[in-house]
Design a protein around this ligand. Structure first.
Ligand code: ZN
Length: 248
């Protein structure tokens, strides 16, 4: 009996506040930003994600059908982790294949609808998505490295850009994030090797192996940020987590 109690206390101490590796949620760091009234938390816990090379595998010949959409390892878990930590996830993707005539807008919309549906089934919410259909020669304001898509989403969803992150696999993603005034994370799961000259030109705030790695880093940094009350009610983080592994 006494052993059982001791064991449960020990489990609680291991589980609390969060058993996710790398997660420091609910361990405030005083030097981090802290929203005292909790009301506007969603304004500044936001992350913009590139799609190809971050969420799904890059294809040289473009992702034109759902059959060609292949999730990258850890991507769904990364999306879920961000959602569970109260991040609003926005996807911003260059899709010049549209204006090159390689994919129709409705086919692209179907791919995105399926992606969002599968993500939802894995506990992840995509709060918004923008794609740029233009070719580079059209010199639009939305094709990354231009920040148009981020600025557009930020206006619509009241995103505090200075506190938001842009996660991408290309220097153009990092440049777009920086042009929008965001902090940035380069992931190495796409088309940019670490020694790419663009990495020096547009040095990111952080470099991660993939989206899951980036999400863990981001969630650890955001540990001080309290959830909005409504989000806390829906939060099933500790319930959903598998029991921690511990030695006897
Ligand atoms: Zn565009």
């Amino acid at each position: 009996m006494r052993a059982t109690v001791a064991r449960s206390i020990r489990i609680e101490s291991i589980r609390s506040p969060c058993s996710q590796v790398g997660c420091l949620r609910l361990r405030p760091r005083l030097n981090d930003r802290y929203d005292m009234n909790h009301q506007s938390s969603t304004r500044w816990r936001n992350v913009f994600l590139d799609r190809d090379g971050v969420i799904n595998e890059n294809r040289v010949d473009h992702v034109k059908t759902w059959a060609e959409f292949h999730w990258l390892p850890g991507a769904l878990e990364g999306l879920r982790l961000l959602t569970e930590h109260g991040f609003r996830i926005f996807i911003v993707t260059n899709q010049a294949a549209v204006n090159r005539g390689l994919i129709t807008r409705s086919d692209l919309a179907e791919i995105h609808q399926r992606m969002i549906t599968v993500a939802a089934a894995h506990g992840a919410t995509i709060a918004g998505l923008r794609f740029c259909p233009h070719r580079p020669d059209e010199a639009c304001g939305c094709r990354k490295p231009q920040p148009g898509m981020l600025l557009d989403l930020a206006r619509e969803h009241q995103v505090d850009l200075a506190a938001a992150y842009m996660i991408g696999d290309a220097p153009s993603d990092i440049a777009a994030g920086q042009a929008a005034g965001c902090r940035t994370i380069l992931v190495l799961s796409g088309r940019t090797p670490l020694d790419h000259p663009g990495v020096q030109e547009h040095p990111p705030t952080h470099i991660a192996a993939n989206l899951l790695d980036a999400a863990r880093w981001l969630c650890a940094r955001a540990a001080c940020v309290p959830f909005p009350a409504e989000q806390q009610k829906r939060d099933s983080y500790t319930l959903d987590h598998p029991a921690p592994v511990y030695s006897k």
